[in-house]
Design a protein. Structure first.
Length: 569
Protein backbone atom coordinates (compact mmCIF):
# COMPACT_ATOMS: atom_id res chain seq x y z
CA UNK A 1 0.00 0.00 0.00
CA UNK A 2 2.93 2.35 0.60
CA UNK A 3 3.49 2.31 -3.14
CA UNK A 4 0.36 4.39 -3.60
CA UNK A 5 0.98 6.86 -0.81
CA UNK A 6 -0.09 10.33 -1.88
CA UNK A 7 2.53 12.90 -2.93
CA UNK A 8 1.59 15.39 -0.20
CA UNK A 9 1.92 12.74 2.51
CA UNK A 10 5.32 11.70 1.14
CA UNK A 11 6.65 15.27 1.22
CA UNK A 12 5.32 15.85 4.73
CA UNK A 13 6.84 12.59 5.99
CA UNK A 14 10.16 13.58 4.43
CA UNK A 15 10.02 16.91 6.27
CA UNK A 16 10.15 18.88 3.02
CA UNK A 17 6.87 20.71 3.67
CA UNK A 18 4.61 21.28 6.66
CA UNK A 19 0.98 20.21 6.94
CA UNK A 20 -0.03 23.89 6.74
CA UNK A 21 1.90 24.30 3.48
CA UNK A 22 0.25 21.15 2.12
CA UNK A 23 -3.20 22.55 2.93
CA UNK A 24 -2.32 25.84 1.22
CA UNK A 25 -1.04 23.97 -1.85
CA UNK A 26 -4.23 21.89 -2.04
CA UNK A 27 -6.28 25.09 -1.86
CA UNK A 28 -4.09 26.63 -4.58
CA UNK A 29 -4.57 23.50 -6.70
CA UNK A 30 -8.35 23.57 -6.32
CA UNK A 31 -8.38 27.25 -7.30
CA UNK A 32 -5.91 27.16 -10.22
CA UNK A 33 -6.19 23.56 -11.38
CA UNK A 34 -3.29 21.28 -12.31
CA UNK A 35 -1.45 18.80 -10.13
CA UNK A 36 -0.36 19.09 -6.51
CA UNK A 37 3.33 18.99 -7.43
CA UNK A 38 2.86 21.97 -9.73
CA UNK A 39 1.04 23.87 -6.99
CA UNK A 40 3.85 23.20 -4.49
CA UNK A 41 6.43 24.28 -7.05
CA UNK A 42 4.48 27.44 -7.95
CA UNK A 43 4.30 28.36 -4.27
CA UNK A 44 8.10 27.82 -4.03
CA UNK A 45 7.76 25.34 -1.16
CA UNK A 46 9.77 22.70 -3.03
CA UNK A 47 11.59 22.51 -6.33
CA UNK A 48 10.64 20.19 -9.15
CA UNK A 49 13.80 18.15 -8.54
CA UNK A 50 13.10 17.82 -4.80
CA UNK A 51 9.67 16.38 -5.58
CA UNK A 52 10.95 13.66 -7.92
CA UNK A 53 13.88 12.80 -5.62
CA UNK A 54 11.42 12.35 -2.73
CA UNK A 55 9.18 10.16 -4.91
CA UNK A 56 12.18 8.12 -6.00
CA UNK A 57 13.23 7.49 -2.40
CA UNK A 58 9.77 6.72 -1.02
CA UNK A 59 8.63 4.49 -3.90
CA UNK A 60 12.02 2.88 -4.57
CA UNK A 61 11.82 4.05 -8.18
CA UNK A 62 15.09 5.11 -9.91
CA UNK A 63 15.63 8.82 -10.55
CA UNK A 64 17.52 9.78 -13.73
CA UNK A 65 18.40 13.12 -15.34
CA UNK A 66 19.81 14.47 -18.58
CA UNK A 67 22.95 15.53 -16.77
CA UNK A 68 23.59 11.97 -15.59
CA UNK A 69 23.58 10.80 -19.22
CA UNK A 70 21.05 8.04 -18.43
CA UNK A 71 17.99 9.76 -19.90
CA UNK A 72 18.62 8.34 -23.35
CA UNK A 73 16.39 6.17 -25.54
CA UNK A 74 17.88 2.78 -26.44
CA UNK A 75 18.46 2.88 -30.22
CA UNK A 76 16.97 0.48 -32.78
CA UNK A 77 14.02 -0.62 -30.63
CA UNK A 78 11.43 1.53 -32.46
CA UNK A 79 9.96 2.65 -29.14
CA UNK A 80 8.31 5.68 -30.76
CA UNK A 81 5.96 3.21 -32.49
CA UNK A 82 4.71 2.07 -29.06
CA UNK A 83 4.14 5.60 -27.71
CA UNK A 84 3.57 8.30 -30.36
CA UNK A 85 4.93 11.82 -29.94
CA UNK A 86 1.57 13.48 -29.18
CA UNK A 87 0.85 11.08 -26.30
CA UNK A 88 4.40 11.40 -24.93
CA UNK A 89 4.39 15.21 -25.01
CA UNK A 90 0.89 15.52 -23.54
CA UNK A 91 1.49 13.11 -20.65
CA UNK A 92 5.22 13.75 -20.09
CA UNK A 93 6.31 10.15 -20.60
CA UNK A 94 9.20 8.73 -22.62
CA UNK A 95 9.92 5.04 -23.31
CA UNK A 96 13.68 4.45 -22.97
CA UNK A 97 14.13 0.68 -23.20
CA UNK A 98 12.29 -2.61 -23.73
CA UNK A 99 13.13 -6.11 -22.56
CA UNK A 100 10.70 -8.71 -23.90
CA UNK A 101 7.31 -7.61 -22.49
CA UNK A 102 8.76 -5.15 -19.97
CA UNK A 103 8.88 -1.47 -20.96
CA UNK A 104 10.87 1.12 -18.98
CA UNK A 105 9.21 4.54 -19.13
CA UNK A 106 10.40 7.86 -17.69
CA UNK A 107 7.58 9.71 -15.93
CA UNK A 108 7.15 12.86 -13.91
CA UNK A 109 4.26 11.52 -11.81
CA UNK A 110 4.50 7.75 -11.15
CA UNK A 111 1.51 8.06 -8.76
CA UNK A 112 -0.84 8.70 -11.70
CA UNK A 113 -2.53 5.28 -11.75
CA UNK A 114 -4.84 6.17 -14.64
CA UNK A 115 -1.84 7.10 -16.80
CA UNK A 116 -0.04 3.88 -15.84
CA UNK A 117 -3.12 1.87 -16.83
CA UNK A 118 -3.39 3.75 -20.16
CA UNK A 119 0.27 3.06 -20.87
CA UNK A 120 -0.25 -0.67 -20.33
CA UNK A 121 -3.22 -0.68 -22.70
CA UNK A 122 -1.44 1.45 -25.32
CA UNK A 123 1.80 -0.52 -25.39
CA UNK A 124 0.62 -3.99 -24.41
CA UNK A 125 3.59 -4.17 -22.03
CA UNK A 126 4.22 -4.21 -18.31
CA UNK A 127 5.41 -0.72 -17.32
CA UNK A 128 8.52 -0.15 -15.20
CA UNK A 129 8.46 3.55 -14.27
CA UNK A 130 11.51 5.69 -13.56
CA UNK A 131 11.22 9.35 -12.57
CA UNK A 132 12.72 12.62 -13.80
CA UNK A 133 11.90 16.33 -13.80
CA UNK A 134 9.38 17.83 -16.21
CA UNK A 135 12.00 19.99 -17.91
CA UNK A 136 14.38 17.05 -18.49
CA UNK A 137 11.58 14.84 -19.83
CA UNK A 138 10.42 17.56 -22.23
CA UNK A 139 13.95 18.08 -23.54
CA UNK A 140 14.44 14.33 -23.93
CA UNK A 141 11.12 14.00 -25.78
CA UNK A 142 12.04 16.78 -28.20
CA UNK A 143 15.52 15.35 -28.59
CA UNK A 144 14.14 11.92 -29.48
CA UNK A 145 11.02 12.77 -31.47
CA UNK A 146 11.31 16.43 -32.37
CA UNK A 147 14.03 16.87 -34.97
CA UNK A 148 12.80 14.10 -37.30
CA UNK A 149 9.09 13.93 -36.42
CA UNK A 150 7.68 16.61 -38.70
CA UNK A 151 9.96 15.60 -41.54
CA UNK A 152 8.50 12.06 -41.32
CA UNK A 153 4.94 13.39 -41.09
CA UNK A 154 5.51 15.66 -44.05
CA UNK A 155 6.80 12.79 -46.15
CA UNK A 156 3.72 10.76 -45.29
CA UNK A 157 1.33 13.66 -45.94
CA UNK A 158 2.79 14.27 -49.39
CA UNK A 159 1.72 10.75 -50.35
CA UNK A 160 4.86 8.65 -50.04
CA UNK A 161 2.77 5.53 -50.64
CA UNK A 162 1.11 6.93 -53.76
CA UNK A 163 1.90 5.41 -57.12
CA UNK A 164 5.34 6.54 -58.22
CA UNK A 165 6.18 7.90 -54.71
CA UNK A 166 6.95 11.54 -54.01
CA UNK A 167 7.43 13.78 -56.99
CA UNK A 168 11.07 14.84 -57.13
CA UNK A 169 11.49 18.56 -57.83
CA UNK A 170 14.85 19.48 -59.29
CA UNK A 171 16.40 22.82 -58.39
CA UNK A 172 17.17 23.24 -62.09
CA UNK A 173 13.49 23.24 -63.06
CA UNK A 174 12.61 26.76 -64.09
CA UNK A 175 9.37 26.13 -65.96
CA UNK A 176 7.21 25.52 -62.89
CA UNK A 177 4.34 27.95 -62.98
CA UNK A 178 4.06 30.64 -60.32
CA UNK A 179 0.66 29.28 -59.31
CA UNK A 180 2.11 25.80 -58.78
CA UNK A 181 4.95 27.15 -56.65
CA UNK A 182 2.53 29.11 -54.48
CA UNK A 183 0.23 26.10 -54.13
CA UNK A 184 3.13 23.86 -53.06
CA UNK A 185 4.37 26.46 -50.58
CA UNK A 186 0.96 26.60 -48.90
CA UNK A 187 0.60 22.81 -48.47
CA UNK A 188 0.31 21.64 -44.86
CA UNK A 189 3.54 19.57 -44.80
CA UNK A 190 5.62 22.44 -46.17
CA UNK A 191 4.13 24.89 -43.68
CA UNK A 192 4.96 22.40 -40.89
CA UNK A 193 8.49 21.92 -42.14
CA UNK A 194 9.25 25.64 -42.25
CA UNK A 195 7.67 26.12 -38.81
CA UNK A 196 9.80 23.29 -37.42
CA UNK A 197 13.03 24.64 -38.92
CA UNK A 198 12.42 28.11 -37.45
CA UNK A 199 11.12 26.92 -34.07
CA UNK A 200 13.99 24.46 -33.63
CA UNK A 201 16.53 27.20 -34.42
CA UNK A 202 14.99 29.56 -31.87
CA UNK A 203 14.93 26.84 -29.20
CA UNK A 204 18.61 26.05 -29.92
CA UNK A 205 19.43 29.79 -29.49
CA UNK A 206 20.72 29.94 -33.06
CA UNK A 207 21.51 33.32 -34.61
CA UNK A 208 21.20 32.19 -38.26
CA UNK A 209 19.55 29.46 -40.34
CA UNK A 210 21.29 28.33 -43.55
CA UNK A 211 19.44 26.36 -46.26
CA UNK A 212 21.88 25.28 -48.96
CA UNK A 213 20.97 23.34 -52.14
CA UNK A 214 23.45 20.96 -53.77
CA UNK A 215 23.24 18.56 -56.70
CA UNK A 216 21.52 15.74 -54.83
CA UNK A 217 20.84 17.05 -51.34
CA UNK A 218 19.61 19.98 -49.26
CA UNK A 219 21.74 20.96 -46.26
CA UNK A 220 20.31 22.68 -43.18
CA UNK A 221 22.71 24.37 -40.76
CA UNK A 222 22.27 26.54 -37.65
CA UNK A 223 24.81 29.04 -36.37
CA UNK A 224 24.95 28.59 -32.59
CA UNK A 225 27.34 30.67 -30.47
CA UNK A 226 29.21 31.74 -33.61
CA UNK A 227 29.79 28.25 -35.09
CA UNK A 228 27.76 26.43 -37.77
CA UNK A 229 26.29 23.00 -37.00
CA UNK A 230 24.62 20.71 -39.53
CA UNK A 231 21.10 19.60 -38.61
CA UNK A 232 18.82 16.80 -39.90
CA UNK A 233 17.83 18.00 -43.35
CA UNK A 234 14.56 17.65 -45.28
CA UNK A 235 14.42 15.72 -48.54
CA UNK A 236 15.63 17.55 -51.69
CA UNK A 237 12.08 17.09 -53.01
CA UNK A 238 11.00 19.82 -50.58
CA UNK A 239 13.59 22.34 -51.76
CA UNK A 240 11.42 24.54 -54.03
CA UNK A 241 8.31 24.49 -51.77
CA UNK A 242 10.40 25.40 -48.69
CA UNK A 243 12.21 28.23 -50.48
CA UNK A 244 8.93 29.51 -51.90
CA UNK A 245 7.26 29.40 -48.47
CA UNK A 246 10.09 31.41 -46.88
CA UNK A 247 10.07 33.95 -49.73
CA UNK A 248 6.29 34.39 -49.46
CA UNK A 249 6.58 34.97 -45.69
CA UNK A 250 9.45 37.42 -46.31
CA UNK A 251 7.46 39.36 -48.96
CA UNK A 252 10.06 38.56 -51.60
CA UNK A 253 9.47 37.88 -55.30
CA UNK A 254 9.21 34.09 -55.59
CA UNK A 255 9.46 34.26 -59.39
CA UNK A 256 12.87 35.99 -59.25
CA UNK A 257 15.63 33.38 -58.90
CA UNK A 258 18.51 35.06 -60.76
CA UNK A 259 19.18 37.99 -58.43
CA UNK A 260 19.84 38.25 -54.67
CA UNK A 261 16.91 39.46 -52.58
CA UNK A 262 16.34 40.65 -49.02
CA UNK A 263 13.19 40.46 -46.93
CA UNK A 264 11.89 39.66 -43.49
CA UNK A 265 8.97 38.74 -41.28
CA UNK A 266 8.03 38.37 -37.62
CA UNK A 267 7.03 35.23 -35.71
CA UNK A 268 5.45 34.74 -32.30
CA UNK A 269 6.71 31.98 -30.03
CA UNK A 270 4.80 31.92 -26.75
CA UNK A 271 4.88 35.52 -25.57
CA UNK A 272 8.01 36.38 -27.56
CA UNK A 273 7.97 38.30 -30.84
CA UNK A 274 11.00 37.46 -32.97
CA UNK A 275 12.19 39.21 -36.14
CA UNK A 276 13.66 37.15 -38.97
CA UNK A 277 15.69 38.78 -41.76
CA UNK A 278 15.86 36.80 -44.99
CA UNK A 279 18.59 36.88 -47.64
CA UNK A 280 18.56 34.83 -50.85
CA UNK A 281 21.62 34.17 -53.01
CA UNK A 282 21.49 32.44 -56.42
CA UNK A 283 24.05 29.59 -56.59
CA UNK A 284 24.76 27.05 -59.33
CA UNK A 285 22.34 24.56 -57.72
CA UNK A 286 19.60 27.03 -56.80
CA UNK A 287 18.92 29.74 -54.25
CA UNK A 288 20.66 29.61 -50.89
CA UNK A 289 18.56 31.12 -48.08
CA UNK A 290 19.92 32.59 -44.84
CA UNK A 291 17.56 33.66 -42.06
CA UNK A 292 18.99 35.97 -39.37
CA UNK A 293 17.14 35.53 -36.05
CA UNK A 294 16.74 38.69 -34.00
CA UNK A 295 15.33 37.73 -30.62
CA UNK A 296 15.25 40.88 -28.48
CA UNK A 297 14.08 38.92 -25.42
CA UNK A 298 17.27 36.83 -25.50
CA UNK A 299 19.63 39.81 -25.71
CA UNK A 300 19.80 42.08 -22.65
CA UNK A 301 19.99 45.63 -24.03
CA UNK A 302 21.60 46.73 -20.80
CA UNK A 303 25.26 47.76 -20.65
CA UNK A 304 25.65 46.34 -17.16
CA UNK A 305 24.45 42.90 -18.32
CA UNK A 306 26.55 42.52 -21.48
CA UNK A 307 29.53 41.16 -19.58
CA UNK A 308 32.01 44.06 -19.63
CA UNK A 309 34.76 44.03 -17.01
CA UNK A 310 34.21 46.76 -14.38
CA UNK A 311 37.06 48.97 -15.68
CA UNK A 312 35.80 48.66 -19.27
CA UNK A 313 32.25 49.55 -18.28
CA UNK A 314 33.50 52.57 -16.34
CA UNK A 315 35.40 53.90 -19.38
CA UNK A 316 32.44 53.33 -21.73
CA UNK A 317 30.04 55.16 -19.41
CA UNK A 318 32.51 58.01 -19.08
CA UNK A 319 32.77 58.26 -22.87
CA UNK A 320 29.02 58.23 -23.59
CA UNK A 321 28.36 60.80 -20.85
CA UNK A 322 29.75 63.53 -23.15
CA UNK A 323 27.29 65.85 -24.86
CA UNK A 324 29.17 65.70 -28.17
CA UNK A 325 31.87 63.72 -29.94
CA UNK A 326 32.34 60.61 -32.07
CA UNK A 327 32.09 57.09 -30.60
CA UNK A 328 33.12 54.04 -32.63
CA UNK A 329 32.51 50.35 -32.03
CA UNK A 330 34.78 48.15 -34.12
CA UNK A 331 35.03 44.47 -34.92
CA UNK A 332 34.04 41.90 -37.56
CA UNK A 333 30.48 40.97 -38.50
CA UNK A 334 28.84 39.01 -35.70
CA UNK A 335 30.96 40.46 -32.90
CA UNK A 336 28.01 42.05 -31.10
CA UNK A 337 28.61 45.69 -32.13
CA UNK A 338 24.93 46.37 -32.83
CA UNK A 339 23.87 44.92 -29.48
CA UNK A 340 26.35 47.16 -27.65
CA UNK A 341 25.18 50.22 -29.61
CA UNK A 342 21.54 49.49 -28.76
CA UNK A 343 22.48 49.01 -25.10
CA UNK A 344 24.23 52.42 -25.16
CA UNK A 345 21.15 54.02 -26.72
CA UNK A 346 18.95 52.34 -24.12
CA UNK A 347 21.07 53.86 -21.36
CA UNK A 348 21.01 57.33 -22.95
CA UNK A 349 17.35 57.23 -23.92
CA UNK A 350 15.08 59.58 -21.96
CA UNK A 351 12.43 62.18 -22.72
CA UNK A 352 14.97 65.05 -22.72
CA UNK A 353 16.94 63.58 -25.66
CA UNK A 354 16.07 63.55 -29.36
CA UNK A 355 17.71 60.35 -30.65
CA UNK A 356 17.81 59.51 -34.37
CA UNK A 357 19.26 56.38 -35.99
CA UNK A 358 19.95 55.40 -39.60
CA UNK A 359 20.53 51.67 -40.01
CA UNK A 360 20.78 48.89 -42.58
CA UNK A 361 18.79 47.04 -41.38
CA UNK A 362 16.94 48.25 -38.27
CA UNK A 363 17.63 45.22 -36.08
CA UNK A 364 15.70 46.10 -32.91
CA UNK A 365 12.83 48.54 -32.52
CA UNK A 366 13.34 50.79 -29.50
CA UNK A 367 10.62 52.83 -27.80
CA UNK A 368 11.24 56.59 -27.84
CA UNK A 369 13.93 56.47 -30.57
CA UNK A 370 13.37 57.58 -34.18
CA UNK A 371 14.81 54.84 -36.41
CA UNK A 372 15.32 55.10 -40.17
CA UNK A 373 15.90 52.17 -42.55
CA UNK A 374 18.38 52.80 -45.39
CA UNK A 375 16.84 52.34 -48.87
CA UNK A 376 19.58 52.90 -51.49
CA UNK A 377 17.19 51.99 -54.34
CA UNK A 378 15.26 55.22 -53.79
CA UNK A 379 18.25 57.32 -52.79
CA UNK A 380 17.88 57.05 -49.01
CA UNK A 381 21.54 56.42 -48.17
CA UNK A 382 23.42 56.91 -44.90
CA UNK A 383 24.76 60.25 -46.13
CA UNK A 384 21.38 61.56 -47.33
CA UNK A 385 19.64 60.52 -44.10
CA UNK A 386 22.37 62.23 -42.04
CA UNK A 387 21.93 65.51 -43.92
CA UNK A 388 18.24 65.41 -43.06
CA UNK A 389 19.02 64.50 -39.43
CA UNK A 390 20.94 67.75 -38.91
CA UNK A 391 17.69 69.64 -39.64
CA UNK A 392 15.77 67.52 -37.09
CA UNK A 393 17.33 69.07 -33.96
CA UNK A 394 19.03 65.84 -32.76
CA UNK A 395 20.95 65.33 -29.51
CA UNK A 396 22.25 61.84 -30.32
CA UNK A 397 22.74 60.24 -33.74
CA UNK A 398 23.44 56.59 -34.48
CA UNK A 399 24.84 55.63 -37.88
CA UNK A 400 24.78 51.90 -38.55
CA UNK A 401 28.16 51.88 -40.28
CA UNK A 402 30.69 54.33 -41.72
CA UNK A 403 31.44 52.92 -45.19
CA UNK A 404 32.75 55.89 -47.16
CA UNK A 405 34.27 59.36 -46.91
CA UNK A 406 30.96 61.18 -47.39
CA UNK A 407 29.33 59.42 -44.43
CA UNK A 408 32.48 59.84 -42.31
CA UNK A 409 32.65 63.58 -43.01
CA UNK A 410 29.00 64.15 -42.07
CA UNK A 411 29.47 62.13 -38.86
CA UNK A 412 32.50 64.23 -37.93
CA UNK A 413 30.75 67.48 -38.82
CA UNK A 414 27.81 66.42 -36.62
CA UNK A 415 30.15 65.55 -33.73
CA UNK A 416 31.92 68.91 -34.04
CA UNK A 417 28.65 70.85 -34.01
CA UNK A 418 27.43 69.59 -30.63
CA UNK A 419 25.99 66.14 -31.30
CA UNK A 420 26.93 62.78 -29.83
CA UNK A 421 27.44 60.42 -32.80
CA UNK A 422 27.71 56.63 -32.49
CA UNK A 423 28.77 54.33 -35.32
CA UNK A 424 30.69 51.19 -36.28
CA UNK A 425 33.81 50.37 -38.32
CA UNK A 426 35.45 47.13 -39.39
CA UNK A 427 38.95 47.15 -37.85
CA UNK A 428 41.11 44.52 -36.14
CA UNK A 429 41.66 46.49 -32.94
CA UNK A 430 40.74 49.79 -31.29
CA UNK A 431 43.88 51.72 -32.28
CA UNK A 432 43.46 50.86 -35.98
CA UNK A 433 40.27 52.94 -36.05
CA UNK A 434 42.37 56.09 -36.47
CA UNK A 435 44.27 54.61 -39.44
CA UNK A 436 41.01 53.44 -41.03
CA UNK A 437 39.46 56.91 -40.85
CA UNK A 438 42.60 58.50 -42.34
CA UNK A 439 42.66 55.85 -45.10
CA UNK A 440 39.04 56.70 -45.95
CA UNK A 441 40.21 60.27 -46.49
CA UNK A 442 39.43 62.07 -43.21
CA UNK A 443 42.19 64.58 -42.27
CA UNK A 444 43.91 63.64 -38.99
CA UNK A 445 43.11 67.02 -37.43
CA UNK A 446 39.37 66.30 -37.83
CA UNK A 447 39.84 62.84 -36.31
CA UNK A 448 41.63 64.44 -33.33
CA UNK A 449 38.93 67.08 -32.89
CA UNK A 450 35.94 64.70 -33.04
CA UNK A 451 36.99 61.31 -31.66
CA UNK A 452 35.80 60.57 -28.11
CA UNK A 453 35.69 56.81 -27.48
CA UNK A 454 36.75 53.63 -29.33
CA UNK A 455 35.56 50.17 -28.32
CA UNK A 456 36.88 47.09 -30.15
CA UNK A 457 35.03 43.90 -29.28
CA UNK A 458 34.65 40.18 -29.96
CA UNK A 459 32.35 37.44 -28.72
CA UNK A 460 33.88 34.27 -27.29
CA UNK A 461 32.09 31.07 -26.33
CA UNK A 462 31.48 30.33 -22.66
CA UNK A 463 32.28 26.91 -21.24
CA UNK A 464 29.27 24.81 -20.31
CA UNK A 465 29.03 25.15 -16.50
CA UNK A 466 27.70 21.59 -16.19
CA UNK A 467 30.63 19.73 -17.73
CA UNK A 468 33.75 21.98 -17.85
CA UNK A 469 36.83 20.30 -16.43
CA UNK A 470 39.84 21.82 -14.62
CA UNK A 471 43.36 21.38 -15.99
CA UNK A 472 46.84 22.73 -15.42
CA UNK A 473 48.33 25.41 -17.66
CA UNK A 474 51.47 24.62 -19.62
CA UNK A 475 53.96 27.46 -20.09
CA UNK A 476 54.28 27.02 -23.84
CA UNK A 477 50.54 27.69 -24.25
CA UNK A 478 50.80 31.29 -23.07
CA UNK A 479 51.80 33.89 -25.71
CA UNK A 480 55.09 35.65 -25.08
CA UNK A 481 54.78 38.73 -22.86
CA UNK A 482 51.37 37.70 -21.51
CA UNK A 483 50.80 36.67 -17.88
CA UNK A 484 48.12 34.20 -16.76
CA UNK A 485 47.68 34.48 -13.01
CA UNK A 486 45.86 31.19 -12.45
CA UNK A 487 47.76 27.86 -12.64
CA UNK A 488 44.45 25.97 -12.97
CA UNK A 489 42.09 26.74 -15.84
CA UNK A 490 39.11 24.93 -17.40
CA UNK A 491 38.61 23.06 -20.66
CA UNK A 492 35.55 21.98 -22.67
CA UNK A 493 34.19 18.45 -22.32
CA UNK A 494 30.58 18.15 -23.56
CA UNK A 495 27.33 16.85 -22.06
CA UNK A 496 23.58 16.68 -22.74
CA UNK A 497 23.11 20.25 -21.52
CA UNK A 498 25.36 21.68 -24.26
CA UNK A 499 24.63 19.08 -26.98
CA UNK A 500 28.11 17.64 -26.34
CA UNK A 501 29.79 20.76 -27.70
CA UNK A 502 31.38 21.84 -24.41
CA UNK A 503 30.32 25.46 -24.80
CA UNK A 504 27.04 27.25 -24.12
CA UNK A 505 26.44 30.97 -24.69
CA UNK A 506 28.96 33.74 -25.40
CA UNK A 507 30.61 36.57 -23.51
CA UNK A 508 32.14 39.82 -24.70
CA UNK A 509 35.85 40.75 -24.68
CA UNK A 510 36.94 44.31 -25.45
CA UNK A 511 39.59 46.96 -25.89
CA UNK A 512 38.41 50.38 -24.72
CA UNK A 513 40.26 53.61 -25.55
CA UNK A 514 38.96 56.82 -24.01
CA UNK A 515 40.53 59.46 -26.28
CA UNK A 516 42.12 61.98 -23.90
CA UNK A 517 44.57 64.83 -24.51
CA UNK A 518 47.68 62.60 -24.72
CA UNK A 519 46.11 60.22 -27.23
CA UNK A 520 44.85 63.17 -29.32
CA UNK A 521 48.41 64.52 -29.46
CA UNK A 522 49.69 61.06 -30.49
CA UNK A 523 47.10 60.87 -33.29
CA UNK A 524 48.05 64.35 -34.46
CA UNK A 525 51.70 63.25 -34.52
CA UNK A 526 50.83 60.51 -37.04
CA UNK A 527 52.21 57.70 -34.89
CA UNK A 528 51.44 54.06 -35.72
CA UNK A 529 48.41 52.20 -34.32
CA UNK A 530 50.73 49.93 -32.31
CA UNK A 531 52.15 52.99 -30.55
CA UNK A 532 48.65 54.33 -29.84
CA UNK A 533 47.78 50.92 -28.40
CA UNK A 534 50.88 50.93 -26.15
CA UNK A 535 50.04 54.41 -24.92
CA UNK A 536 46.48 53.27 -24.10
CA UNK A 537 47.85 50.19 -22.31
CA UNK A 538 50.04 52.44 -20.15
CA UNK A 539 46.80 54.14 -19.12
CA UNK A 540 45.27 50.78 -18.10
CA UNK A 541 43.68 49.47 -21.32
CA UNK A 542 43.46 45.70 -21.65
CA UNK A 543 44.02 44.28 -25.13
CA UNK A 544 41.48 41.83 -26.54
CA UNK A 545 43.83 38.97 -25.59
CA UNK A 546 44.26 40.24 -22.03
CA UNK A 547 40.50 40.80 -21.69
CA UNK A 548 39.96 37.22 -22.86
CA UNK A 549 42.55 35.82 -20.45
CA UNK A 550 40.66 37.48 -17.58
CA UNK A 551 37.68 35.31 -18.58
CA UNK A 552 39.95 32.26 -18.66
CA UNK A 553 41.16 33.00 -15.10
CA UNK A 554 37.53 33.34 -13.98
CA UNK A 555 36.71 29.91 -15.46
CA UNK A 556 34.23 31.42 -17.93
CA UNK A 557 35.97 30.25 -21.11
CA UNK A 558 38.88 28.12 -22.27
CA UNK A 559 42.37 29.25 -23.25
CA UNK A 560 41.93 27.58 -26.64
CA UNK A 561 38.80 29.64 -27.36
CA UNK A 562 40.48 32.95 -26.47
CA UNK A 563 43.58 32.22 -28.55
CA UNK A 564 41.47 31.17 -31.56
CA UNK A 565 39.55 34.46 -31.51
CA UNK A 566 42.51 36.76 -30.75
CA UNK A 567 45.21 34.89 -32.73
CA UNK A 568 46.22 37.96 -34.74
CA UNK A 569 47.10 39.83 -31.61
Amino acid sequence: MSKYKRLGDILVSEGMITKEQLKEAISFQEDKGGKLGEALSNLSYVTEEQIVVALSKQLSIPYISLESGKLNVTPDQNLEELIPYDFAAKNLVLPISRNLNSLTIVMWDPLDLILLDNLKKLTGCEVNPVVSTKSDILKAIEGHYGKDRLFREAMEMRGEEKEGGIEEISSEETDLSLNKLIAQAEEAPVVKLVDLIIRQAIEENASDIHLEPYRDKLILRYRIDGALYEMPSPSPSFYLPIISRIKILSKMDIAEKRLPQDGGFMVKLGKRFIDLRTSSLPTIFGEKIVLRILDKSRVPLDLAKLGFLPRELELIRKGIAASYGLIFLTGPTGSGKSTTLYAVLNELNNSTKNILTVEDPVEYRLEGINQVQVKPGIGLTFANALRCFLRQDPDIILVGEVRDLETAEICIRSALTGHLVLSTLHTNDAASTVTRLVDIGVPDYLVVASLRLIVAQRLIRKLCPHCKEPREVEKEEIPEGVVLNSPIIYKAKGCNKCNFIGYRGRVIITEVILVDKEIKEAIHGNIKPSQISKLAQQKGMLTLLESGLKRVEEGITSLEEVLSVTAVY
